[in-house]
Design a protein around this ligand. Structure first.
Ligand SMILES: NC(=O)c1ccc[n+]([C@@H]2O[C@H](COP(=O)([O-])OP(=O)(O)OC[C@H]3O[C@@H](n4cnc5c(N)ncnc54)[C@H](O)[C@@H]3O)[C@@H](O)[C@H]2O)c1
Ligand SMILES: [Zn+2]
Length: 373
């Protein structure tokens, strides 16, 4: 029914994903789709956006107004990881109070994963929780961060240490925004798409290989949908990350160590790419992951221009960084390891020796054998 309603109201056909309590759409005319979804809720809207996508935020506001949804105001924010902090949440709360927002309001976040994480958390904590919706404008946001209701901020002691599970009322990936997304940011998204392929959709590797990194938005629609479907499936099975949702951490445990050791100068996508190689090496050593599948994954990462090794990092700093990862259970680091394409095992205890060996390999160029498939 929702599908029919959207098709009737929107010029282009949005792709609608089901499986969670709220609709997730991927749309060329995301503002119109978002407006169609929100107009039925009878709420006044406040828009918080990343200043880099100001014109997209304006398009959302215009589409809402065209559907007679009242927009109480909009709030531009700086961008990137540095906005994921408590001060920004407090700033958003101040703005909401100034605009006399109440429980009937809806906070719409237009931006990448950092923006949706922080705005979602402001929504979760304002008046003990107000409704929000997300319009991701980065590949990472569309396939990962915007989906699943995890919101939060970083602390000086570590990433994502404070947050809440707070589901949005709707998620509409803004395909048109991809036009301005820089190549480096597209690469970060591809690392997450490759991760989704390894976790739950092997054929997605071929599909993502076929999209040129600078391809126009329409070319991305189906790979975004496939990767997002993997995430939706995992979140639906374990919404509060009590068990299997941890599978989404593939490549991230070592990845956080690399990010830490680089002083957070390394891009997240690069860290995750090498982290996936490290998880693959660990799994191969244990005899649970094949050489051919490992090499297949590396091929997609290489094709996207992602690195496979990080020669300039200090292995001990990486080790220390992994130890700071919040995914520790009782002091023990847990890994997600690949078993075969489309299947991973989460919560695998790894010894310090195994981890040091994997880190050492990740700082070295892969031997030809590792890449043979
Ligand atoms: N909540 C979750 O479940 C979840 C999952 C994965 C990642 N994350 C979080 O997401 C964050 C990373 O998200 P991200 O990669 O989207 O980062 P981001 O939000 O910082 O966006 C990356 C950069 O792209 C810019 N940008 C955004 N959209 C643009 C566009 N359309 N055109 C041009 N520039 C644009 C931003 O201003 C920023 O400089 C991390 O903090 C990570 O922890 C959260
Ligand atoms: Zn990630």
């Amino acid at each position: 029914m929702l599908r029919t309603r959207l098709r009737r109201r929107c010029a282009s056909r949005p792709l609608l994903l089901r499986g969670l309590a709220y609709p997730i759409a991927i749309a060329a005319d995301a503002p119109a789709v978002m407006a169609a979804l929100l107009s039925g809720l009878g709420r006044e809207v406040l828009v918080a956006y990343d200043r880099r996508v100001k014109t997209r935020a304006a398009a959302f506001e215009a589409a809402l107004r065209a559907r007679s949804v009242s927009v109480l105001g909009s709030h531009g924010m700086p961008s990137g990881e540095r906005i994921k902090r408590m001060q920004e949440v407090v700033g958003l709360h101040d703005w909401l109070i100034e605009r006399a927002a109440d429980r009937r309001c809806l906070l719409l976040a237009v931006g990448g994963g950092c923006l949706t994480d922080v705005v979602g958390f402001a929504a979760a904590t304002f008046l003990r929780g107000i409704t929000w919706a997300a319009a991701p404008t980065t590949l990472v946001g569309m396939v990962d961060a915007g989906i699943g209701g995890k919101t939060g901020v970083n602390m000086p002691q570590g990433k994502n240490l404070v947050g809440a599970f707070w589901d949005p009322a709707a998620v509409v990936a803004d395909l048109a925004a991809l036009v301005t997304l820089p190549i480096a940011q597209r690469r970060n998204g591809i690392a997450e798409i490759v991760k989704a392929a390894v976790i739950g959709d092997p054929a997605l590797l071929d599909a993502v290989d076929r999209v040129a990194i600078d391809a126009p938005p329409a070319a991305w629609k189906s790979v975004i949908a496939r990767a997002a479907r993997v995430k939706v499936g995992i979140v639906a099975a374990d919404p509060r990350e009590r068990e299997t949702r941890a599978g989404l951490n593939l490549g991230h445990t070592l990845g956080h160590g690399f990010e830490f050791a680089s002083g957070f100068r390394l891009s997240h996508g690069a860290a995750v790419a090498v982290g996936m190689r490290g998880a693959g090496l660990l799994a191969m050593k244990r005899g649970v992951w094949s050489q051919a599948e490992h090499a297949r994954v590396l091929r997609s990462l290489l094709r996207a221009g992602l690195p496979l090794y990080l020669p300039s990092l200090d292995p001990e700093r990486v080790f220390e960084g992994v130890g700071r990862d919040k995914k520790r259970v009782g002091g023990q680091i847990r890994f997600t390891l690949p078993l075969r394409l489309g299947l991973v095992r989460h919560d695998e205890a790894v010894t310090a020796k195994e981890m040091r060996d994997a880190i050492a390999c990740c700082l070295r160029k892969p031997a030809r054998d590792e890449l043979r498939w």
